[in-house]
Design a protein around this ligand. Structure first.
Ligand code: HEM
Length: 496
């Protein structure tokens, strides 16, 4: 009975949402309705959900609000964008705030390795994987792969777009670029999705569909999506198919890498030249030498976490960066000035670094995160947290508070990141939270920044990007902040 009530309520709200989708923040107040709780205003504002949550938190003391979901659906949350709360939860009381079983259910595609796990399982996976991706040889392999893909696929594609005067979806280009790139560095296999005919690659589509479904599971009651999963309808059907597709892909990559290394591993041959350019999968399998073999499920879950972590996050940052730069010709001029003298040495691109931080302050690729409390607690903002309470962080809202970032917080101003001495201003991670904070800080942060600067500098040096549409892009319904309708642009050659 409850399932029917919730399904009908969800459908009604969804219909209303469709009607009002183009109207920004039409219902800024969170009204707590009988039975449905505060669910209707959320669904009605789904199109601009991140702006809606920002406005809402601005109206609440301590940038923190209680959100009541429909009755009996376990959708009550404490939503916060308060940096001191973030520090408390992610650093000071790290052990009291976990991902929790609900998180694992929603993000079950991540499986049992690092990203979706807690305590010993997470600790074990992180202590095994972190040194592997932090070693210089892996970082330099990651950079080499990016550079190669840029010159062999991305620039030639833009060249064709420019010569033919085509309109291209730059977000789709970046999605494909990062997919090929991350598969090459993690699995040692380039699926070749980035080419002018935009081939349909089932695994790439599966990753996108899984991300959308993980978002969907946040906005409907658990009983609704569970029912859909059981009946295999709607987004849940797509989710099951997506899981099958990327599982097949990942397990076959693991099996063939095991076979390849068994038959011919240069490490076992003293005379052979050992290549330092090793994908993570190879390193992981080699790690097993002399120990018990990791089971394929653990390897699958580990590599899945990296593929997810390093794919659409980078595509999102690049897309918003190019959109912001196109709107700010003075910023573009400054970047060009900087790359004139320092092209090829990403460490020297301080202004471009500031641009990337500023992009991710306003448009964090992961716009929200969640945690669950183990024991009752009181947050620094004074809000009470009961045992098992869910906490949602709005990273998007965090970059938009005047008292934190100044009166010009809504402006794109990379200069705010440049210190008087010409370096990057230090901002603690619980304030600039785009890469998470504390022991679970993103493992790919440094690698990402090098990659982002490399791609941005190379494109800007060679081409001018002209957006086709002038309106503010609508964010997609996904756990990653992408543009719902893509980012359509024309490209012209930049004369030296
Ligand atoms: C602009 C690019 C990126 C952004 C904004 C970003 C952001 C984040 C955030 C917010 C988290 C925390 C997620 C959570 O706990 O729910 C995270 C975790 C993680 N990221 Fe990134 N990421 C980026 C790129 C990368 C890359 C390139 C890699 C790897 C190649 C990577 C690997 C990971 C991993 C493995 C974790 C899990 C860490 C743990 O749970 O201990 N990320 N990232």
């Amino acid at each position: 009975m409850l399932i029917y009530a919730c399904t009908i309520a969800a459908l009604l709200c969804f219909l209303l949402h469709i009607i009002h989708r183009r109207q920004r923040c039409r219902y800024p107040l969170l009204i707590d309705y009988p039975i449905l709780g505060m669910f209707p205003p959320i669904l009605l504002n789904l199109t601009w959900i991140h702006d809606f949550v920002t406005e809402l938190l601005k109206q609440h003391e301590g940038k923190t609000a209680d959100f009541m979901g429909p009755w009996f659906t376990k959708m009550d949350f404490i939503v916060t964008s308060n940096p001191i709360n973030v520090r408390h939860i992610t650093i000071k009381k790290f052990h009291n705030y976990v991902k929790g079983p609900e998180f694992r259910e929603i993000f079950h595609a991540f499986g049992g390795a690092m990203v979706a796990n807690d305590s010993e399982t997470w600790k074990h996976a992180r202590s095994l994987l972190s040194p592997l991706v932090k070693q210089t040889s892996f970082e330099s392999f990651y950079q080499k792969t990016t550079r190669k893909k840029l010159h062999s696929a991305l620039l030639p594609l833009l060249d064709q777009v420019q010569k033919q005067g085509m309109v291209v979806d730059l977000q789709e280009v970046f999605n494909r670029f990062t997919f090929d790139n991350i598969c090459s560095t993690i699995l040692g296999f380039d699926p070749g999705s980035l080419s002018i005919d935009f081939p349909k690659i089932a695994t790439e589509i599966a990753f996108n569909e899984a991300e959308e479904c993980m978002f969907y599971r946040h906005i409907v009651p658990r009983c609704v999506w569970k029912l859909q999963e059981w009946l295999q309808i709607g987004p849940e059907k797509k989710m099951s198919e997506a899981c099958k597709t990327f599982d097949q892909f990942l397990y076959s990559c693991i099996e063939s890498k095991r076979k390849e290394l068994k038959e011919n591993d240069p490490l076992l041959d003293d005379q052979a030249h050992v290549d330092n350019d090793m994908p993570l999968l190879t390193t992981l399998i080699r790690e097993e030498k002399g120990k018990k073999e990791y089971d394929n499920k653990f390897i699958r879950d580990s590599v899945y976490g990296f593929l997810e972590g390093g794919r659409s996050t980078i595509a999102s940052a690049l897309t918003w960066f190019f959109w912001l730069v196109a709107k700010n010709p003075l910023v573009e001029a400054k970047i060009l000035e900087e790359i004139k003298d320092n092209f090829g040495d990403e460490k020297k691109l301080v202004y471009l670094h500031a641009d990337m931080y500023e992009t991710m302050r306003l448009y964090p690729p992961v716009p929200f995160e969640r945690k669950q409390a183990i024991e009752a607690d009181v947050l620094p903002s004074g809000h009470h947290v009961h045992a098992n309470a869910m906490i949602l962080f709005s990273l998007y809202a965090m970059g938009r508070f005047e008292d934190v970032w100044g009166e010009d917080c809504l402006e794109f101003k990379p200069e705010r990141w440049i210190s008087d001495r010409g370096g990057i201003v230090y901002v603690p991670s619980y304030k600039f939270f785009s890469f998470n904070a504390g022991p679970r800080t993103c493992l790919g942060k440094d690698m990402s920044l090098v990659q982002l600067k490399m791609v941005a500098a190379t494109i800007l040096r060679n081409y001018r990007i002209h957006p086709v549409e002038v309106h503010v892009p609508i964010p997609s319904y996904s756990i990653i902040l992408l543009m719902k309708d893509g980012f359509k642009v024309r490209v012209t050659k930049r004369e030296p």
